[in-house]
Design a protein around this ligand. Structure first.
Ligand code: TYM
Length: 320
């Protein structure tokens, strides 16, 4: 089984990125041949400063490694270190109908918020399809917001195969973990950098506490019973606490007697502890920039020949 996923270096990764993709991807590295990359070509649709882009790429690589990505198991690289992917994106764009791209949620969402779209933003899903198809990927661990992109990838691959030969490109499957498919943000909408409602993974202690303490709650009094199913505190707690701990918090909600501040403190402690080992690994990794460069270079050296062999097959089939 070949597993592949990517993440954009558009700023500090948040709890949604972690529980929706990074944690499942790290778990899957033990179950097959894993390829994980930093989607720096995609980030050019929003990040326009080269210094910032390079910096985000390094920081994100550190984050992913600190969280447990094991370079001995997973091939870890920068998307742009395998430039063949842009060639495949062009070939795929020639079978992709414009209305399919016009229908993309993320495109509609960005334009609705007043973003003037570049051609790159419009064809973003085609490059994403190329990312996946160029490695003959079987499964792609992602959050719910990428589901439509995966459907488009399958459609594009099917159209390409219909034109140039059955089984030329492998149709991948999304792998979406139900429990963390769409982690909510501080305001209850989906957690997203573009909504300014995130909790970064490696947030400092003080701002993290402030964010958790600021979670929106209803006005039910201290002594009254509270509904755990309607609470974002419980929703977040489920991501980091054991089943027993969650059951205890839910029972305490129903019983009443504590204010929301009490549960927010519990949530903060659980989050802080959950990421403690990763925080420590991150500090150690950050002290050795040469190690980081060597991991990404080795990853690209493993990924690129694979992409090149798929491209050879594809170019021949197209008559190039
Ligand atoms: P990106 O960088 O926006 O997000 C990385 C991953 O995090 C997931 N995610 C979430 N999951 C649960 N709850 C949330 N609130 C939440 N927010 C983000 C995303 O679903 C994603 O899995 N287009 C991709 C990057 C990409 C890619 C690819 C992914 C480029 N090429 C090929 C897979 C395969 C993106 O922008 O993800």
């Amino acid at each position: 089984m070949r597993i592949l996923s990517g993440i954009q270096p558009t700023g500090r990764p948040h709890l949604g990125n972690y529980f929706g993709m990074m944690q499942p991807a790290i778990g899957l590295q033990h179950e097959g041949e894993a390829f994980y990359f930093i989607a720096d070509y995609h980030a050019l649709t929003t990040i326009h400063d080269p210094v910032v882009l390079r910096d985000h790429c390094r920081e994100l690589a550190l984050d992913f490694l600190a969280c447990g990505l094991d370079p001995a198991r997973a091939t870890f690289f920068r998307q742009s270190h395998v430039p063949e992917v842009t060639e495949l994106a062009w070939l795929l764009s020639c079978v992709t109908p414009v209305p399919m791209l016009e229908n993309a949620h993320s495109f509609k969402d960005k334009t609705a918020r007043g973003f003037v779209p570049s051609t790159g933003l419009f064809t973003y899903p085609v490059l994403m399809a190329a990312d996946i198809l160029i490695y003959d990927s079987d499964v792609v661990p992602v959050g719910q917001d990428q589901k439509q992109h995966l459907e488009m990838t399958r459609d594009i691959a099917a159209k390409f195969n219909a034109r140039y030969g059955q089984d030329l490109l492998k149709l991948p499957k999304p792998m979406i973990r139900e429990a963390s498919a769409a982690v909510p943000g501080l305001d209850g909408q989906k957690m997203s950098k573009s909504y300014n409602n995130t909790v970064p993974l490696f947030e400092e202690e003080k701002p993290l506490r402030k964010k958790i303490m600021g979670l929106k709650t209803d006005s039910v009094g201290v002594d009254e019973p509270k509904d755990p199913d309607a609470s974002s505190i419980v929703q977040f707690y489920k991501l980091v606490a054991s089943e027993t701990e969650v059951a205890a918090m839910e029972a305490s909600f129903r019983a009443g007697g504590y204010g929301y501040g009490h549960y927010k403190q519990q949530l903060f402690d659980a989050l802080w502890e959950h990421f403690r080992p990763a925080r420590e690994r991150r500090t150690a990794l950050a002290a050795d920039p040469a190690y980081l460069d060597s991991i990404l270079a080795e990853g690209a050296a493993k990924a690129r020949p694979l992409a090149q062999s798929v491209m050879q097959r594809v170019r021949a089939a197209c008559g190039l």
